[in-house]
Structure formats: C-alpha cells, structure tokens
Design a protein. Sequence first.
Length: 238
Amino acid sequence: MKGRLEVATRRAWEILCHFLWPSTCPVCGRLGTVGCPTCLDGLLVGMQDRCLECGGGPFPCGIASHVSFIRTGTWHEGKARDVVHLAKYSGRRKLAFEMGKALARLYHEDRGSVLVPVPLHRDSLRPYNQAECLARGMATEWGATVLSGLEWTRSVHSQVGRNAFERRALPRGAFLWREVQVETPVLLVDDVFTTGTTLLRASEALSLAGVPLKGAYCWAMSPLETLSVQWRADAVHV
C-alpha cells in the first residue's frame, strides 16, 4: 500500500510539474522533466578516443606532436541524434545542459578544468549556443570553468547537410581567440563530431593564441558512412 501511494504521489507531482513547466523526457516520455538522468545516461556507450590533429584517427596515433584527443559519448543516430536535434532546433537549451551533465558522468576530468565551447556561426538565428549549454552542464558535474572565448572570423554557412568533402574545406583562420591567456590545458566542447575539421580549426586558433589544448568532448560522433566523400555527378575523379 505504501509503495502504491508513493508511486501515485510521484505521478501527481510529475503532472503538476508538467503544467507548471511543460516538458517531457524525449526518451521515455516522463512528464515534468527535460530529460531523465537515467535515460540520457543510457544513450551513452563510451567511444574510443580519436586523434584531433588526425581528424578522427585512433588516439594516440603515434605522431609525437599529436597530443589532443576527441572523446564522444555515442553514435549520432537513433534517440541520441533525436535529442541533439531537440536541443538545437526546438529551443530546449535545458535539455542540452542535462546532456552535458550526462556526458560528464560518463567521463572524468579534474576540478578546475577549463571548457571552451565551439561558438555559433555568425549568421545563426539561434538565441543560444547548444555547445555552450553542453559545456555548462559538464562544468556543473566536474566543477570546471567555461570560457566562451572563440569567435568566428568570417561568415560560414551551417555545416548541416554538407558532405565530408565540403566540411573539410573550412579554411584555416576560421576562428580567433579573444579571451584572457589560459595556462591550464583547455577542453573544446561541441555537440557532434563529423570530420573533425571545425575542432581542428578551433584548436589552431588556440595554438596561435598560446592556449594549450588537452582535447575535445562531443555528445556524439557521426557514423562512418557519413564521413565518406559524396562526389557530385560533375566532380573530377582522380
């Protein structure tokens, strides 16, 4: 009887929360929550570290100068992809925050770590940066600091819908560091890792500013088939 009463009370509280703060977990549909911690944790599987400088090869790669990793939580497919789209395109910034907390529960970084989110494109109409929301969620779990010091130096079209060849064409100098000098090796944060070119260009901006880089964290990694170059009919084949 007591157990049934507790369940009924919790359900009533969830319904009340849903009316006061309309939201549902995108995984299980639970009312009154932007995302259940257990549900978000369940989407993450842990992935092999990749080399940032190599653009996604195994880490460590064997090249002495390549010292920065890319660490992702899962594949960019199914429910894991759905929550990214909700966080980016449906105004659910709190969901991105909870996703960041889940990613930080999967991996460990020391207190005092410095997280640097990849900024929104200059022409983006989105009122918030989902990568920054991820970073702030991670910072809550780790006791880290978030520095939003990267800026785009030019207008660049959104990478969504572009194939791997077009994504890798992002030119050097695409980013500029405008924050204070940082001595602690920083960690870049973005939502999805595809070819790694955006992270590579961001790392180059940090290097030019004398900011040491430890690695990068992303919620998800695109499946390998999305990384292949999709040649157009009029493309030149070598």
